[in-house]
Ligand binder design. Structure first.
Ligand code: ZN
Length: 417
C-alpha cells in the first residue's frame, strides 16, 4: 500500500492546479455582516472582506455533496486500506490582498503531498496536504494549506463501563482503602496472619476478629496471563492480568499497566498505582517498579502581551459561527449526531477558529494587516467549554494560543504586513 500511495501521490502532485468549486456569490456585505455578527467581530472593514473569510466564499451548502478536493484519490486509497480515521491538523492561510466588495472569485486546488507512515497518539497514519487558492480574475488573492492525518484507529475499547466489584461486609474496608490510596490487607485479630482476598474467618486459627495493615505497595509478578479475547466492557485488549506477590507475603490479582504485555515477566518487580473508575470504585493496580509518576499537565504559557479573550462556547455560538462560515458539517450543529459519532458534544469548526484568531490579533494590534495566518489544531473546542485566547508579539510575528479545558485548541502564528 505504501508504495502504491507514494506513486499515486507523485502523479497527483504532477497534475498541478485544477478548478475547485466556484464561489456562487460575489464578495458581498450580507455574508460579511452575518459572519461578523456570529464571530463577534465589530470592525469596520470598509469595502473589503475579512481575510479570514477566504474559504467561506466557496463553501458548499448543506445538501450539495462536497466537491472533490485535489486530495480525494489519496484519501480514498488510505480509506480502503484501513486508514479510516481523519483529523485536521493544520490550516494555513496566506493573504496576497483582501477581497473587495463585488469581486467575483474563482477557486483552484492542487495536491500537496503525503508523509508517513507516522506513529501518532491517534494510531498509525499518513499526513495528507492539499492547497486551495482563490483568484479575482487572474490575480491570486490568497491560498490555503489544509493538512489532515488519516489514521488507522486503534482498537476502541468495548462500549460500557467495567463491571464493578461486588462490595460486601468483608470487603468494604478494602475498597474504602483503595479510594483513599491505601492497599489494605486483612490481618487476623487473634494470630496476626495476613490474608487476601478478605474473608470472615482466619484460615489459620479460625478466629473471626479482623484487622488490616496497609501494604507498602511493592511486589513481584508471581504469574500472569495476557487477555486478548473475549472483549470485556471498559477494557482495551491486550492487557495483563497478574497475580502479584506482595512484599508482605499475600498474593493479589491486578493488572500490570504502563508496560507492553510482551515485556511483562514472572518475577518482575512492580509497584502499586491506583486506577480511579468512578466515585465509588478505585482499583489497586500495578506498574513496573521505578515507573516515574505521570508528569503534571502542561501549564499554559503565561506570556500574553494583551488581555485574554474569553469566549463562552454556548451551543448558539458554535452553531451560529458554523453556519455563518457556511460549514454545514453536522458535528458542528447536531448534538445527537456528534455524540453518536463519539464526540463529547458539537464543536467549533476550523473556519471559525481562523476567524477568531484574526479577530484577537486585530483587536490586540490596532491597525495591523495580516499577511498570513497559520494554525495548528489541537483539542476540540466543545459546546459548553470556554475558549481563552492569549498572545504575544515578536516583531512582525504574533503567536496566539487558544486553550479549552482539554488543553490547547489552537496554536497560531500570524505574520503582520
Ligand atoms: Zn488467625
Amino acid at each position: 500500500m505504501h508504495d502504491e500511495l507514494m506513486a499515486l501521490a507523485g502523479r497527483m502532485a504532477a497534475e498541478g492546479e485544477r478548478p475547485a468549486p466556484t464561489p456562487p456569490d460575489p464578495v458581498n456585505p450580507a455574508m460579511i455582516r452575518h459572519w461578523q455578527q456570529a464571530l463577534g467581530d465589530v470592525r469596520d472593514w470598509g469595502g473589503e472582506a475579512p481575510p479570514a473569510m477566504l474559504q467561506v466564499w466557496s463553501m458548499p451548502g448543506p445538501v450539495k455533496a462536497k466537491g472533490p478536493t485535489a486530495a480525494d484519490a489519496a484519501l480514498k486509497l488510505l480509506n480502503a486500506h484501513g486508514f479510516t480515521g481523519v483529523v485536521a491538523v493544520n490550516c494555513e492561510h496566506v493573504y496576497d490582498r483582501p477581497a473587495k466588495l463585488g469581486e467575483e472569485l474563482t477557486s483552484r486546488s492542487r495536491f500537496g503531498g503525503v508523509v508517513g507512515p507516522k506513529r501518532t497518539a491517534m494510531g498509525e497514519g499518513y499526513f495528507v496536504t492539499w492547497y486551495q487558492s482563490w483568484y479575482a480574475g487572474e490575480e491570486r488573492i490568497g491560498e490555503m494549506l489544509f493538512r489532515v492525518l488519516k489514521f488507522q484507529p486503534v482498537r476502541r475499547r468495548p462500549k460500557g463501563k467495567p463491571t464493578p466489584p461486588a462490595i460486601g461486609l468483608d470487603t468494604a474496608f478494602f475498597w474504602e482503602g483503595a479510594r483513599e490510596g491505601e492497599l489494605r490487607i486483612q490481618k487476623c485479630g487473634e494470630c496476626g496472619v495476613l490474608r487476601h482476598p478478605p474473608g470472615p474467618m482466619c484460615p489459620a486459627c479460625h478466629a473471626t476478629r479482623q484487622e488490616h495493615v496497609v501494604a507498602a505497595g511493592r511486589g513481584t509478578v508471581y504469574s500472569y496471563v495476557v487477555h486478548h479475547h473475549p472483549p470485556v466492557p471498559g477494557r482495551t485488549p491486550p492487557y495483563v492480568v497478574a497475580l502479584i506477590e506482595l512484599a508482605e507475603g499475600p498474593r493479589i490479582l491486578g493488572n500490570v499497566l504502563d508496560v507492553a504485555p510482551q515485556d511483562v515477566t514472572v518475577g518482575m518487580p512492580v509497584q502499586l498505582t491506583f486506577q480511579r473508575l468512578d466515585d465509588e470504585v478505585t482499583l489497586p493496580q500495578w506498574q513496573p517498579a521505578g515507573t516515574p509518576p505521570p508528569p503534571p499537565r502542561a501549564v499554559p504559557e503565561e506570556r500574553s502581551d494583551w488581555p485574554a479573550l474569553e469566549l463562552p462556547l454556548t451551543p448558539t455560538f458554535v452553531i451560529a459561527t458554523a453556519l455563518a462560515t457556511r460549514d454545514f458539517t453536522p458535528v458542528h450543529h447536531d448534538t445527537a449526531l456528534a455524540r453518536a459519532q463519539g464526540s463529547q458534544d458539537i464543536f467549533l469548526n476550523i473556519l471559525t477558529t481562523m476567524g477568531l484568531v484574526q479577530r484577537y490579533v486585530l483587536d490586540s494590534v490596532p491597525g495591523a494587516s495580516i499577511a498570513d495566518l497559520k494554525v495548528k489544531l489541537g483539542a476540540p473546542a466543545y459546546a459548553g467549554d470556554t475558549l481563552v485566547l492569549t498572545g504575544f508579539r515578536d516583531g512582525d510575528t504574533v503567536t496566539v494560543r487558544g486553550t479549552v479545558s482539554l488543553g490547547d485548541h489552537v496554536k497560531a502564528t500570524v505574520t503582520l504586513r
